[in-house]
Each structure stands twice: as C-alpha cells, then as structure tokens.
Write a protein that binds this ligand. Structure first.
Ligand SMILES: Nc1ncnc2c1ncn2[C@@H]1O[C@H](COP(=O)(O)OP(=O)(O)O)[C@@H](O)[C@H]1O
Ligand SMILES: [Mg+2]
Length: 405
C-alpha cells in the first residue's frame, strides 16, 4: 500500500498531540510536515510545493484563517485533500467548513477506526484526482560558446531583469563548478551553495532551501561556492534540484560552464531554451559551431538561441556573417559596455537598467516573460521576438537525424 503523504497545520498543542498519536497508529498515513501555527498563504504554498502533501490536516480553531488557507489550496494546489481537525464537533463550524469544501472532519479524541476509514476515503479521492501542482516550464540554460564570452554576465543581468518585472519569483542557479563567478559578481556572502543543494537534493524542502539561497536584486540566487572542479553533480540530483525549483519559481536561469560536463548536459535537457552566448570573434564562433553540432547530435540544437554579446559597431565580423557561419539567426544582441559592466561589478549589482546594455538585457527578459515591450513593459518595440526562433533548426549544422520539436 502506498502511504498517504500528510501535512498537519495545527496551532492547538493538545489537538496536535492527540492527532499525532492517533495518526501514528494508522499504517496508511505518513505525516511529512507539521506546522504549529497558521502559515500565511505564501508560506503554505511553499510548503505544498516543496513537500507535495496529498492531504492537509487543518485545525479549524481559527475558522476564518483555516478557510483562507483552504481557498488557497483549492485555487493553487488542486487535488490536495483537506481534513478539518478540531477539539469538539461544533456543528456551526463544521457546517461552514463543509460548505467551503472540506469533506472530512475529525474531532478529539480521534477514534482510530474513524481515522482509518477517513484515510481510506482520502486515499480513494487522491487516486481519482491526483494533486495538480503548478510547475514552471521556464527553465533557461546559459551556455558559453567559449569561456569569457560573457555568459555569466548575461545570465545574471537577464535574471535580475526578469525579477524587475515582478511576474513571479526568479531563481538564478550557478552550476559552473569549475569557474563559477555569480557569487563574486553580486558580492554574496552565503556559505552554502549549489554543492549543498546537490548533497541534499533528495530531501530538499523550504527550510533547507532557505539556507542555501541568497536574495539580492529581487531574485533568489544559489552560487557555486568555492572552486570545486572535482565535484560531480549526478543527473538524479540535477533533476531533484530543478524539480524543486520548478515548483517554487516562475523562472529559473542556470549558468553553466561550457565544458559540457554530464550535469551541464542534464541541465540543457531540462531547459526550455539554451541560450548560447557568442562574441563577434573567430574563436568564439568556431566553438559555437562545434557546440551546435554537438547539441544537434543530442537532439538539443532546436532549443538553442544564439545571443551575441560584446557587440560593437566596429566588430570585424558582422551579425549577418555570424548568422551565415552558424546557420542560425542571432536572437538577441548585447553591446560591448566595458564601463557599465565594470561599474556594476564594483558595486556587486546588475548593470544600470537605463543604460543601452541594461535595456537590451531587459528586452530578452521581457521576451521570456512574453511581455510585449511597448505595452506591458513600457519600452520601445524589440526587433526580434523570441517565439519567432523557437522552431528554427540550424541548417548548416551537420545532420544527425534530429527531429524538429
Ligand atoms: N556586454 C559586455 N560588455 C563588456 N564587458 C562584458 C560584457 N559581457 C561580459 N563582459 C566581461 O567579459 C568577461 C567575461 O564575462 P563572464 O560573464 O565571466 O563570461 P563567461 O561566463 O562566458 O566565462 C568579464 O570581465 C565581464 O565583465
Ligand atoms: Mg561563466
């Protein structure tokens, strides 16, 4: 028999103790989380996203508060069953709870037989309507064609630009274990890092996560810690971390190293789009072509978008030459702004949003969010919308039988 994963929200210590005791004797129920106070709705949803309970045992001693939480569960976590817990069977409160959609009510002293029956009814309801959680598809990998082309700079600035729009929580994950720089760029002092996330990957919950992330510039960041080139994150760990991130964030940006380690490839498999950063220089473009070919063989080339960074008018290689060399269009261009980037680095922040480069980062962020720049974001129309490139395959990449998505 699969166990029913339950969370308990119960400020009343006696009700809680009696319920725990009774639930402990019912073999079908596993209490995975217990809150000894009422959370706010945000905290409740974090708990649900990180622990994914199938049933919440909710004390109704403060009925309005309990009903508010019930509403949040109904709208944001469909399928999570709610069972009311109370000291006494107060008919007025029970009726109101039932009207609000609670189907099971249990009162002290929590008769084992009744509890077991309730558990089997809930298990049946869970089977009929599994928990539907909001998980985001918006995972983006930032891949350098060659080290030093500005990938981490772009990833960090785009993540901050995404956060600026306040369209949901943004996570920036530095997965460059050999030369991670995000922590330094933003002057982060948190001692925990992506290695801790990997080591705890199988059991991530919001209390562990709170210790691992830093908040800066309106976004959450997990930096890569001290240089750790020998540490390997396995595919399973990556999936656990990204599953957790997908449940808790609207957009996830992952900075990877460009060395194409196994874990970087796993990240790219999980990503909706792989942003490959190039500069208008021959070595970067040569490696970009090589990497496109490699990604094509992994069936990943069709999700690549090329970002041209450090572009300036006097660049010896023109954008159209780059496009014909790579066989794919340049999706977005970021200008060379040594001073702007340098000043931002000195202050540990993103580049000025009002600068030309800052606006270009915002344009990519807005395209990711599906904002039309002119209306919702209050900016000049962008030249190229990201969707225009979703289905474009690089024609000049060696064919290896990859299918178009
Ligand atoms: N648009 C830009 N204009 C000027 N300098 C930039 C720009 N983008 C990145 N840089 C600089 O390029 C260098 C490499 O950037 P980084 O983001 O660490 O590259 P990568 O992650 O690809 O190795 C850094 O010194 C950074 O400040
Ligand atoms: Mg980097």
């Amino acid at each position: 028999m699969t166990l029913l994963r339950g969370a308990v929200i119960c400020p009343d210590p006696e009700v809680r103790a009696r319920f725990d005791e009774a639930a402990g004797e019912i073999p079908g129920i596993q209490i995975i989380r217990e809150l000894r106070r009422y959370p706010d709705t945000l905290e409740l949803m974090r708990l649900v996203r990180s622990s994914v309970p199938q049933v919440v045992f909710l004390s109704i001693e403060d009925l309005p508060k309990a009903l508010e939480l019930l509403e949040a569960l109904k709208s944001q976590a469909r399928g999570v069953q709610v069972v009311a817990l109370s000291r006494t069977l107060d008919p007025g409160a029970l009726l109101e709870a039932m009207r609000a959609g609670i189907r099971e009510c249990l009162a002290m002293p929590f008769d084992r037989g009744e509890l077991a029956e309730a558990a089997s009814r809930i298990a049946a309801a869970v089977r009929d309507a599994p928990v539907l959680m909001d998980v985001t598809e918006h995972v983006y990998a930032f891949l350098p064609s060659k080290q030093g082309v500005g990938t981490s700079t772009v990833a960090m600035n785009v993540a901050v630009a995404l956060g600026r729009r306040k369209q949901g929580e943004v996570l920036l994950l530095d997965m460059d274990l050999s030369s991670g720089i995000i922590g330094f760029m933003l002057k982060l002092s948190n001692t925990h890092c992506v290695v801790d996330a990997a080591e705890n990957a199988h059991a991530l919950d919001e209390s562990i996560w709170d210790q691992i992330v830093c908040r800066k510039g309106g976004i959450d960041i997990v930096h890569s810690g001290r240089l750790n080139p020998d540490f390997r994150i396995d595919a399973q760990q990556i999936r656990h971390i990204l599953d957790f991130a997908r449940r808790n964030y609207k957009t996830v940006c992952v900075d990877i190293s460009g060395n194409l380690e196994k874990y970087s490839i796993e990240v790219m498999h999980e990503a909706k789009t792989i942003f490959m950063v190039v500069t208008p220089e021959i070595p970067s473009l040569h490696l970009a072509r090589e990497k496109l070919g490699f990604l094509h063989r992994l069936d990943l080339a069709d999700r690549v978008q090329v970002l041209l960074n450090r572009y300036h008018k006097k660049s010896l290689v023109t954008p159209s030459q780059i496009e014909s060399l790579l066989g794919v269009p340049i999706a977005f261009t970021f200008q060379n702004d040594y001073q702007g980037v340098h000043a931002a680095l000195q202050d540990g922040r993103a580049v000025e949003p009002v600068s030309e480069l800052g606006k270009q980062f915002q344009t990519l962020a807005d395209a990711i969010l599906g904002l039309k720049n002119n209306e919702e974001a209050g900016q000049a129309p962008q030249k190229k919308r990201i969707v225009e490139f979703f289905s474009i395959l690089p024609p000049r990449v060696p064919a290896a039988g990859g299918e178009r998505r």
